[in-house]
Write a protein that binds this ligand. Structure first.
Ligand SMILES: CC(C)(COP(=O)(O)OP(=O)(O)OC[C@H]1O[C@@H](n2cnc3c(N)ncnc32)[C@H](O)[C@@H]1OP(=O)(O)O)[C@@H](O)C(=O)NCCC(=O)NCCS
Length: 240
């Protein structure tokens, strides 16, 4: 059942989609790709990553993992994430909730050091804003800067959104019946690719700090309002 809060949230979300779409359109008109802050996630984000993945419905779990992963499969996957070795990237909304997560798995095999596998999921309500494509680019840059020359994606052939992202980025697709492998050849790292990664990391940290401050401010305001309403006479103090 749709509650009043859901309706308000949907309106707010719709407004931000419109605003972001507007920014995207005006940036594209100027030939500048929109900047989406993407953070590198660590150990303390495990619970948030789990909540994001658990929210995926059966169809999305099937597309993301290649089978209808149950909650316990997802929990095991999240527990197994190795933040020392792999890279996990995330995009948060203004309330700091993770709305998109990408996993770049580096090969543990020394002979396959030059390969990395990419997997991603974007919350349903945040799709179509370019987050999937930006996470793909961000992961490709990280892979490139870590000496990887081949990033690959294992997707179901029916996953036109994922395969579209890979194809557009220049990946070669190899279809094997219901499954498709996409291979993206990466150029060697350059000073520019290293600098771009540093700048993007700083931008994402700054964005996170601003969102955290704004969230803290809104929480304070809400607490103040609640306190105000709990006073007798709707906030007017009785004269002593
Ligand atoms: C695949 C997924 C990550 C795409 O995320 P997204 O943020 O919506 O993607 P983007 O907004 O970056 O869109 C990328 C492109 O795909 C296209 N696209 C989006 N949904 C599509 C769909 N259902 N069918 C065809 N193309 C689609 C977009 O139009 C866009 O193309 P454009 O750049 O030419 O406009 C998201 O749909 C998802 O989480 N799916 C479930 C999990 C999954 O499939 N993961 C991938 C397996 S590893």
């Amino acid at each position: 059942m749709n509650t009043k809060t859901d309706a308000v949230r949907d309106r707010v979300d719709a407004t931000s989609v419109d605003q972001e779409a507007g920014v995207r359109a005006s940036n594209e008109a100027r030939g500048t790709p929109p900047i989406i802050p993407i953070r590198s996630l660590g150990e303390h984000h495990r619970a948030q990553i789990l909540s994001h993945l658990i929210e995926l419905d059966e169809r999305d779990r099937y597309l993301r993992f290649g089978f209808i992963a149950k909650d316990e499969h997802i929990a095991r996957y999240v527990e197994g994430l190795n933040f020392e070795f792999d890279e996990v990237f995330g995009i948060t909304n203004r309330k700091l909730v993770l709305i998109a997560v990408a996993h770049l798995a580096y090969s543990p095999d020394d002979r396959r050091r030059q390969c990395a596998e990419f997997g991603v999921s974007v919350a349903k309500r945040a799709r179509g804003r370019g987050y999937g494509a930006r996470l793909f680019e961000r992961a490709a840059m990280d892979a490139r800067n870590n000496g990887v020359s081949l990033m690959f994606i294992h997707a179901l052939s029916e996953n036109s959104a994922m395969l579209g992202i890979a194809r557009k980025a220049g990946a070669v697709l190899e279809r094997h019946g219901s499954e498709t492998e996409a291979y993206l050849r990466l150029p060697p790292a350059s000073l520019n690719s290293h600098m771009t990664e540093i700048v993007e990391d700083h931008y994402a940290q700054l964005d996170y700090r601003l969102k955290a401050q704004s969230k803290q401010f809104h929480n304070m305001l809400a607490a103040f309002k609640a306190l105000h309403h709990s006073w007798p006479m709707g906030g007017t103090k009785h004269p002593e």
